[in-house]
Design a protein around this ligand. Sequence first.
Ligand code: KG4
Ligand code: ZN
Length: 340
Amino acid sequence: MYVLGIETSCDETGIAIYGKNNGLVANQIYSQTELHSNYGGIVPELASRDHIVRIIPLIQKALRESKLSPKDISGIAYTAGPGLIGALMVGATVGCALAYAWQIPAIAIHHMEGHLLTPMWENNIFSPQLPFLGLLVSGAHTQLVEVKNIGEYKLLGESIDDAAGEVFDKVAKLLGLKYPGGALLSQLAKQGQTGRYTFPRPMINQPGLSFSFSGLKTAVANTIRINKNNPNMKADIARAFEDTMIEIIMIKCRRALLATNLRRLVVSGGVSANCNLRKKLNEMISQLQGQAFYPSLKFCTDNGAMIAYVGMLRLKQNIDKTNLIISVKPRWSLEELSIL
Ligand code: KG4
Ligand code: ZN
């Protein structure tokens, strides 16, 4: 049994094939970062148009990579949300059309569930047992999720304004780095000295598990403006910003682990590629005698494999209907999955 996964929620066209018995057998990805970097951020219409150009050749490439033919595919999983509506529509339309042509089910998948479950399939030797706490840190989300079971998700807290990756990208832009700047900012921070600048840590002294990053972003923007004539300030500001972000995320994570009494932490989404974040979270979780799980770097950011995997779970559970109505949800809460 094989599932073809299609991911087109943002600026990566990801196509993968996941087998019930042999795992990932094809993984193709085309990243549009070059296309959008000229604009300093994603241009939704350009993203949709580029997905249209890439998607069919990538599906053909994935079939060649896996040495499978369409008759070996048992289902097509596509990202139905959350994401950019035009971009989602491309994946959903192609997914449903192929499912109709190949007479197999089309399965609508939640993008964040894909991220959340990545460490469960990606490394079989070191995969988390249920239940666990999920920390989703991507370009569009910052969420703490209690995962009781597959498909049973409780949102414990999320950002009330910008997402973690979004703030990394915006601060990177202010520091003159190319989009998407998260990883570049982190590299720059390595050359900086800790403690040269200090920034506010919003919502740390209030109870609760919500995040807020816009005040921090403004403070960093003001500091950059005030110090613009100092040629050495960039790396030190990058260092201070990254340290602050990581500390905020770590404190909230620790709080959520204590509140739920969970000791397994799964960290996923683009920002989970950040080495210093991993280091700090590992220190925190080992103090609690728990364990943290991360995807390998290439599966932190968007990809089709995570969508194919969740599609396989749905197909095995037989809970998804063979529904070919093309419908996407640019906004979609993970908690809604619990009542499927
Ligand atoms: O999960 P993802 O590919 O896209 C969404 O679903 O949103 O995450 C992309 C985000 C971008 O904001 C990018 O700058 C950030 O992840 N990112 C990082 C690092 N690598 C990627 N942020 C901080 N440190 C990194 N090493
Ligand atoms: Zn993502």
